[in-house]
Ligand binder design. Structure first.
Ligand code: IMP
Ligand code: MG
Length: 172
């Protein structure tokens, strides 16, 4: 399937550096736990965490709401839970993309029950037009149009995750 570059490696790197500085400024003290949502956020978490010039802790959660296709099943399932307690810690959920908002809306209410000191969301990409459930996103890398994108962690049926750019995947 044909790929068109939407965001280059360079644009992504520059934007993540800005987000990292902003996040370091916003969290002056306290433990900061970055929670990467598997698998799509793995590169974003790796790069964002190194752009935040302060101590951070890292953990992962596995959430599935999509199956293998391009459209949401509407069903959210935790496939891997946290290893650490986040009670009393600043929690920043690190996600690749917010589309319908179903995944993050569910995850935020789940994590709120664990009594973090604060809870915010950072998403590399946001497709605001597609939102069906509200999500309060504190840090957004790029707002993008309603196109299906792959690369930099994002997949189509598990393919294309290791592309260095974010690309639009054209059908046919
Ligand atoms: P939401 O629950 O609809 O917000 O979907 C979020 C999840 O759907 C993301 O973590 C991605 O795994 C997947 N997703 C949504 N849009 C895209 C896309 O354009 N490309 C690849 N995956 C996507
Ligand atoms: Mg995915």
């Amino acid at each position: 399937m044909p790929l068109r570059t939407l965001l280059s490696e360079e644009q992504i790197r520059t934007r993540i550096a800005e987000l990292g500085s902003q996040i370091a400024r916003d969290y002056e003290d306290g433990d900061l736990v970055l929670i990467g949502i598997l698998k799509g956020a793995c590169y974003f978490l790796a790069d964002l965490s190194r752009a935040i010039r302060r101590e951070v802790f890292i953990d992962f959660m596995g959430i599935s709401s999509y199956g293998r296709g391009k459209t949401s099943s509407g069903e959210v399932k935790v496939t891997k839970d946290l290893d650490v307690s986040v009670e009393g810690a600043h929690v920043l959920v690190v996600e690749d993309i917010i589309d319908s908002g179903i995944t993050l809306n569910y995850l935020v209410s789940l994590l709120e029950q664990r009594k973090p000191k604060s809870l915010r969301v950072a998403a590399l990409l946001d497709k605001p037009e597609r939102r069906v459930r509200p999500v309060d996103v504190a840090y957004v890398g790029f707002r993008i149009p309603d196109e299906f994108v792959v690369g930099y962690g994002l997949d189509y049926a598990e393919r294309y995750r290791n592309l260095r750019d974010v690309c639009i995947l054209d059908p046919d």
